[in-house]
Design a protein around this ligand. Structure first.
Ligand SMILES: [Zn+2]
Length: 317
């Protein structure tokens, strides 16, 4: 085989790996917020509980072949499953194009495998589980080792700075606005982004995520009357398992999105009883989008932007 052919086959393998890992991320997104194991049992239909056979588990193709319905009970299977598989494959492909066959590609792929589930879990449950963010921060630092000592130092500074910046913003928000503007998990996610992309990317990530979150949130607020996703979602196809009983119960106690949670309950168990108001947006997905933009489009951004903007956004000299 010619070197070009080998390269082509390797790229197809990266895409196939993206599809397979995307399929696994669907399991992570469904089970981690519920505190369930991601290794066993095997995947089941969330409606009838029927165990899926191997040919019902083929990324994208199974969903298309079954026309988005369970083979047993014919309940619809969410389009989120093939979407996450395709998204992961596309991001894997983009990472390969950006970094070639380098150690930085490994770092980028692992980063994608953390950002995709974190973004979708935050979008649905308004949490960024520490089961993902904390090992993720460690992975970002460890995977920076092959990139050399300077990058390793930048990674450690990035993790610490990411945590401290949001901690400071949170502290200011509580002192000045007397309310919680950022979720507790956002600190961990920014630390994770700092560990993977180094501190140089943090300013750009904060800028892009705030800007895009504010613009899209405002448009959503105008159209739908709320900036973020509704706290209570239609569980027609989502595999929301029952062990997570306390959260939906807390939501049912509140009649509508306009109602605020009782103060006492809020102070008692802040994390569990907090209900997102109409102007709240989950910030994790926006941080994830901005981090991917800076990582994948950094060189392109540095060409099209004037130099000062460029330094601010991508950390490039
Ligand atoms: Zn079924």
């Amino acid at each position: 085989m010619t070197p070009q052919a080998v390269d082509g086959v390797a790229r197809v393998l990266v895409i196939v790996m993206g599809l397979l890992f995307g399929s696994f991320l669907n399991v992570v997104i469904a089970r981690v917020p519920a505190g369930e194991s991601i290794v066993r049992p095997r995947s089941r239909c969330p409606h009838c509980g029927r165990q899926l056979t191997w040919f019902e588990n083929i990324p994208v193709l199974s969903w298309l072949a079954l026309r988005g319905r369970c083979r047993g009970c014919h309940a619809p299977i969410s389009w989120r499953y093939p979407l996450i598989e395709l998204l992961t494959a596309a991001l894997f492909f983009a990472c390969q194009r950006r970094f070639g066959w380098t150690p930085e590609l490994v770092l980028a792929l692992v980063f994608v495998l953390l950002l995709v589930p974190l973004a979708f879990i935050d979008l649905e449950h308004w949490i960024l589980p520490q089961e993902l963010t904390w090992p993720g921060i460690a992975a970002g630092v460890v995977l920076s080792v092959p990139l050399g000592i300077p990058r390793l130092i930048d990674s450690v500074i990035g993790a610490v700075a990411g945590f401290l910046v949001f901690w400071a913003m949170e502290w200011l928000g509580e002192k000045i606005f007397k309310k919680e503007a950022l979720g507790a998990g956002d600190k961990d996610l920014l630390a994770l982004i700092g560990a993977f992309l180094s501190w140089k990317a943090l300013l750009g990530v904060i800028f892009l995520s705030s800007l895009q979150g504010a613009v899209v949130g405002s448009v959503m607020l105008l159209i739908y009357g709320r900036a973020g996703p509704a706290p209570e979602e239609d569980t027609d196809a989502a595999p929301a398992p029952t062990p997570e009983a306390d959260a939906p119960a807390a939501l049912e106690a509140v009649p509508g999105p306009e109602a605020t949670p009782p103060e006492a309950a809020r102070e008692e168990e802040e994390e569990d009883d907090w209900v997102p108001g109409p102007t709240n947006i989950p910030f994790g997905p926006w941080l994830a989008v901005a981090a991917l933009e800076v990582m994948l489009l950094g060189p392109w951004l540095s060409e099209v932007l004037p130099v000062p903007m460029n330094v601010l956004l991508t950390g490039l000299r």
